[in-house]
Structure formats: C-alpha cells, structure tokens
Design a protein around this ligand. Structure first.
Ligand SMILES: NC(=O)c1ccc[n+]([C@@H]2O[C@H](COP(=O)([O-])OP(=O)(O)OC[C@H]3O[C@@H](n4cnc5c(N)ncnc54)[C@H](O)[C@@H]3O)[C@@H](O)[C@H]2O)c1
Ligand SMILES: O=P(O)(O)OC[C@H](O)CO
Length: 320
C-alpha cells in the first residue's frame, strides 16, 4: 500500500514523515520550485523548520505522479480544498481521498467531505482529524487521531494503512461529528486566545472552553452527529489541545486580538472563516451560538475584545 500526501504545508509534511516509516510516500507541492527545493534540501523551512525529510519521501509538483498511489491524503486549508479538487479533478476522479483539513467552507457552509462529494461525485472519502500539532507528529511524539469514514470497511482499511509507530488512529463512521468537532474547536481556540491575550485569566478561559463545548454539542446535534463523537479525540480532545497551547495558530491569532497586535496574514487560521460560516448557519437556523457569533464579530473587527466580553456577560441568566 503506498500513500501520497497532497499539500506540502506543515501538516502534509508531518504526515508524510510519519508515514515514511512504513514505506514510500509521495508529497505533492503545487509549486515546482518548492518541490525541487524540498526534494533537494530534505527540509521544509517555510512551514515546518527543523525536521529532516526521510529518504522514503519523494517531493514532486507532478500531480499525476502523486495520484498513482492507492491512498491520497488532502492536507490543504479548508477554504482552498474546492480549488485543489477542481483544478485536478481528472487525476483525482475515482480515487480514495482522505481529507485532513478542519473547517467549514465559508461560501457554502459545507464540511470537507461534502465538498469532495460535490466536486468529485462517487469519490471514496474519509476524514483524518483530532488533536495533533504538525511539529509533534514530525518529531515522532505519540499522537492519537480519529479516522472518520461512513463506509466501515474502508475506514477499517484506512485505519490500518495510516496508523504508524507513533500515530495511533481510532475509527468512527460518524463523519459529521468528526468534521464539526475539528471545525468548531478552532473557533473556541480563537476565543480562548483573545481571553488570555486580554488578561482575562484562566478561569474565564475554562468558562469559554466549557460553554464553547456546549455550543459544539448543540450544533453537532442539530446536524445529526452522535454525542459520543464530540466527547472523543476529534471534539473534546482537540478542543483541549487547541485552547491551551500557544503552538496553535488559532489560539495565537486570538492572543493577537486580545493584545491588539497584528498577525501574519499568511498564517493558516482556519477558525476565522469557520466562525463566520457557523455564525451565519446558526442565525439562519435560530440556533444559540453566542461564542461563535462573538468570534465572527471579533475576527472581522466589528467588536473590540471589551465589547465581545460585554456581549457574552450581559446575556440572560439561564440553566447550565
Ligand atoms: N499544522 C497543524 O498542526 C495541523 C494539525 C492538524 C490539522 N491541520 C489542518 O491541516 C490543514 C492544512 O494546514 P497546514 O498546517 O498544513 O497549513 P499550512 O499553511 O502549513 O500549509 C497549507 C499548504 O496548502 C497549500 N495550498 C494552499 N492553497 C493551495 C492550492 N490552491 N493548491 C494547492 N496547494 C495549496 C500551501 O501551499 C501550503 O503548502 C488545515 O485545515 C489544518 O487545520 C493542521
Ligand atoms: O495550529 P492550529 O490552531 O491550526 O491547530 C492545529 C491542530 O488543528 C491542532 O489539533
């Protein structure tokens, strides 16, 4: 069984490194120059500095070469997924595709699996998600993720193929729950970062994480997700990691909002588009998602952190 990873950013490179312990891996970069540099230097200095690419990895910009593999992992930002699929539809058609992105498409409100199924009808799809920093995976630190696949047999096969010495996969057939956990935890991480950045304290962060988790469960239930999925690695697990570590880009983006500092626009911060997509869906469905709505307002500069705090604290008192 051979594997290709499409997307040579931090996560794609880390997954390729982990999988290279089991056999040859092809890592696809859209830029020929970037592919050549990574192949020659055996490094990814822009997205994942400090780690060496094993010999088992071939970096290429030839999508047709990458698509010769049995399994394809899509490790690109959520808002770019549709473009990547459309640009390379001829090569990707009929393949087994594992989405590794966390988010909701802003223009449609869809998650990664629905986007794949829209662009490539009939594709065999799965989702890899859960608490994991690319740097930890690349350094071989122990990590556990969720492999979500509606087709139980394909899920079991992918679980075997993609589990590595230090990367342990649990499987579920609840794709909706796994998608929503991974998408919404990024929104809560922005809220928690803003809270810490503004000096509001760890007690306030604990309140945001807990009430944020209630929002995640509420939204997921509306979409038919299983409650236990939200309690697992892809939901609670990733919420805990992302809301409590400065290694998270979403958390750091929130920190910058709380401190009124600028933030590098080239950094992938999935929670911004997802907060805005979720806030629009929640408003249309009449669902109460106050933290999500607040992060959406904060991220587009419609609220200051002080106004965000005031809007959350002034809500009517209610049962937990
Ligand atoms: N970095 C992590 O620790 C981590 C962990 C788990 C999941 N993820 C998820 O993985 C996804 C990718 O994140 P990342 O950390 O690798 O981001 P990144 O910013 O490091 O890399 C994104 C990559 O996508 C490529 N890309 C962007 N637009 C493209 C296009 N149109 N065609 C082809 N390639 C394109 C970029 O060139 C870049 O190499 C995100 O959804 C993120 O939530 C990341
Ligand atoms: O750096 P972030 O905030 O995109 O988080 C990375 C992973 O999603 C953590 O599980």
């Amino acid at each position: 069984m051979n594997v290709s990873v499409l997307g040579s950013g931090a996560f794609g490179t880390a997954l390729a490194i982990s999988l290279a312990g089991k056999g040859p891996v092809t890592l696809w970069a859209r830029s020929g120059e970037r592919a050549q540099t990574m192949q020659a230097t055996r490094r990814n200095d822009t997205r994942l500095p400090g780690v060496t690419l094993p010999d088992a990895i071939t970096v290429t910009a030839e999508i047709a070469l990458a698509c010769q593999s049995d399994e394809l992992l899509l490790a690109v930002p959520m808002q770019k997924l549709r473009d990547v699929l459309s640009d390379h539809a001829a090569d990707l058609q009929g393949r087994s595709l594992v989405a590794c992105c966390k988010g909701i498409e802003l223009s449609t409100g869809l998650g990664p699996i629905a986007v794949i199924e829209q662009v490539l009808p009939g594709a065999r799809t799965a989702l890899l998600t859960g608490p994991s920093f690319a740097d930890d995976i690349a350094r071989g630190l122990p990590t556990a993720l969720t492999l979500a696949c509606a087709d139980a047999d394909l899920g079991a096969q992918l679980q075997q193929t993609l589990t590595t010495a230090n990367l342990r996969l649990y499987r579920t057939t609840d794709v909706t729950g796994a998608e929503l956990g991974g998408a919404l935890k990024n929104v809560m991480a922005i809220a928690c970062g803003a809270c810490i950045g503004a000096g509001l304290g760890d007690s306030a962060r604990a309140a945001l994480m807990t009430r944020g988790f209630a929002e995640m469960q509420r939204f997921a239930a509306m979409r038919g997700a299983r409650p236990e999925t939200l309690m697992g690695l892809s939901g609670l697990g990733d919420l805990v990691l992302t809301c409590s570590s400065e290694l998270s880009r979403n958390f750091r983006f929130g920190l910058s909002l709380g401190r009124s500092e600028s933030f590098d626009a080239a950094t992938t911060v999935e929670g911004v588009a997802t907060a805005n997509a979720m806030a629009a869906i929640a408003a249309a469905e009449g669902l109460d998602m106050p933290i999500c709505q607040t992060v959406a307002q904060l991220s587009r500069g419609a609220y200051s952190v002080a106004e965000a705090l005031q809007s959350l604290l002034s809500r009517p008192l209610k049962e937990e």
